[in-house]
Write a protein that binds this ligand. Structure first.
Ligand SMILES: C[S@@+](CC[C@H](N)C(=O)[O-])C[C@H]1O[C@@H](n2cnc3c(N)ncnc32)[C@H](O)[C@@H]1O
Length: 281
């Protein structure tokens, strides 16, 4: 776990300007009841590490500096309505619940966060209690999302795709449960690389070995990515789009790159979505 934190948790803003932008507005509002600064610090220190940078009030954060998810929110917020007006949200791989808190504070109705790791769910519950928000956290492996037996307007699917052994199968489950939109953020093969894979393609009778420049997913057998054995696949952006289309999503935002190898996009199942596929200025 410490290694996980060291290798992934420290991935932060790439420039001082980015860091400053990421830090903006995380502390715009305070939790509803004042808790002493000392007890908030004690709460933070009661966990050996945190992955997410979450504001707890009184100037106290779970981590001292913003991380990738804070930048992702900065990209995502202009695509959301000012008021989520009771929209239901599922956050897959919720960790300490950053996106559950953010969407709930923006007026979401039912919000469920799932994760397969106890300590992250304990952190999520601790943060939820500070903010006194009605968020339902469940221990659930993403492979079994069907077990929720519920539907959601928005699914947050960030930092999770590459952790899945069967990403397309999970995206198909998500699409069945999703009324409207999915927010995807993932490690990707960088778009600038001149990657080529030669593979047999073509109609029956005219199949030929063909050079392909996109639509790949690299298998990670052991812990070659960040020494983290829970990473299984790194797709390129076209592969992510193709899996989302296969799962049933039909409309897409422009992919945006938070870092060279981190891409986010929004996909929807209908042209009129709660989310703006083009961010408002
Ligand atoms: C890289 S973190 C991303 C956290 C958060 N979604 C974000 O974007 O900041 C991955 C999270 O997914 C959880 N996770 C990994 N594999 C999972 C699985 N198969 N089912 C459910 N949760 C999983 C981990 O415990 C961790 O909290």
């Amino acid at each position: 776990m410490r290694l996980f934190n060291k290798l992934l948790g420290e991935r932060s803003a790439s420039t001082p300007i980015e860091a400053a932008l990421d830090a903006i507005d995380e502390a715009r509002i305070e939790p509803p009841h004042t808790t002493s600064r000392e007890s908030l610090v004690a709460l933070v220190e009661s966990f050996p590490f945190w992955y997410q940078h979450i504001y707890l009030g009184q100037g106290v954060y779970t981590l001292s500096t913003p991380r990738l998810h804070n930048r992702l929110w900065r990209f995502l917020e202009p695509m959301l309505p000012d008021d989520l007006a009771g929209a239901s949200v599922l956050d897959v791989g919720t960790n300490a619940g950053y996106f559950c808190i953010k969407t709930k504070l923006k007026g979401a109705g039912k919000v469920i966060g799932v994760d397969n790791t106890d300590v992250f769910l304990q952190q999520a519950e601790a943060c939820r209690a500070v903010w006194e928000l009605d968020i339902d956290y469940r221990k659930l492996d993403a492979d079994h999302l069907h077990a929720l037996d519920q539907r959601f307007d928005i699914v947050i699917f960030t930092g999770i795709l590459y952790h899945l052994k069967n990403p397309l199968g999970v995206l198909e489950q998500v699409a069945e449960m999703c009324n409207d939109a999915i927010v995807v953020e993932t490690e990707v093969i960088p778009p600038t690389r001149e990657n080529i894979v030669h593979v047999r393609l073509g109609p029956r009778g005219r199949v030929a070995v063909t050079a392909c420049r996109q639509g790949f997913m690299k298998f990670i057998e052991k812990d070659e990515l960040n020494e983290d054995g829970s990473n299984w696949w790194v797709p390129d952006t076209e592969c992510v789009l193709g899996m989302l289309r296969t799962a049933g999503f039909t409309h897409f935002s422009q992919p945006r790159y938070l870092e060279e190898t981190r891409m986010m996009l929004v996909a929807t199942k209908r042209p009129q979505s709660l989310l703006r596929l083009t961010p408002s200025s």
